[in-house]
Ligand binder design. Sequence first.
Ligand SMILES: Nc1ncnc2c1ncn2[C@@H]1O[C@H](COP(=O)(O)OP(=O)(O)OP(=O)(O)O)[C@@H](O)[C@H]1O
Length: 323
Amino acid sequence: MSSDRALIEVRSLTVDYVGEHSVARAVDGIDFDIREGEAFGLAGESGCGKSTVAFALARLTRLPGLVSGGQVRLNGDDVLKFDKARLKAYRWNEVSFVFQSAMNALNPVISVAEQIMDVIETHKPELGSDGARARAVELLELVGIPPARLDDFPHQFSGGMRQRICIAIALALSPRLIIMDEPTTALDVVVQRDIIEQIVELKEKMGFSVLFITHDLGLMIEFCDRIGVMYSGELVEVAPAEAILTNPQHPYTRALGNSFPPLTGPRLRMEGIPGTPPDLRALPPGCRFAPRCPHAMEICRVKAPELRYYPEHRSEAACHLLN
Ligand SMILES: Nc1ncnc2c1ncn2[C@@H]1O[C@H](COP(=O)(O)OP(=O)(O)OP(=O)(O)O)[C@@H](O)[C@H]1O
């Protein structure tokens, strides 16, 4: 169950990719909260900045990427200002990650036991080797892998099982937030769904929050409590998943929804979104979606709309049409 209390508060987060001759602002001053126990999804077309946000939250931004402004607050402390020692405690203990390629990051010549225990022993040396092994057994059971396989090597597992092992490692220190960036994209649809259902179950049982990124909007709507829709480095709508599905406010959210197959009902012909997102180095004035928006008005081309809360729709949206 998610609460109304914020676990992570993102404020005016800005991330640039610095080139020799230009700067691309991949994330431009975004604000959102991830609440305790909630699954928060980030949606949007490829290149809109989702992974850049995930990396910034985890303090994993690397050059040419540069967090150039804003805050990521955990219990009021700014994660972006953590020193090395605090960062060590933050990673794995408070936040952990499962990326699409995570399963390939497992070392093929080191047993699963050692790889799980390594994370535990590094961060909780007081448990000792026996304690770490007992925890590893517990974790494998949690993600549905028979503990008898603890001493096997990654190559002896299927892709789906390797990804479950990565989830077990991410859960090892009972973090409060797990960042999942396309965690199941490389897997077949049935395995994807199994794994996501298991994550939901674990989330309910253990109470952690999830930041979930996937190209599969249907899966996101099913799995997430709230969804933030990004376009061109900005959040254009933040709302409960159900509202994103049934009552989207921003024309981009609507267009995104129409470009995905429906969760249920007859198969319809999908409409792609005409046009392409703007070049981050040459953004249009006004609303960034205006050049592609079927409803664009004069004001949209000159004045950028602000993200505002519309209680009647339970949605925050940035669109002049709503004013
Ligand atoms: N290392 C980099 N150097 C320069 N630009 C980058 C770099 N990484 C990402 N970008 C740019 O930043 C923008 C945001 O990229 P990001 O990967 O965060 O988007 P995304 O929404 O996660 O996309 P996808 O769904 O394809 O993963 C894109 O325009 C991308 O080209």
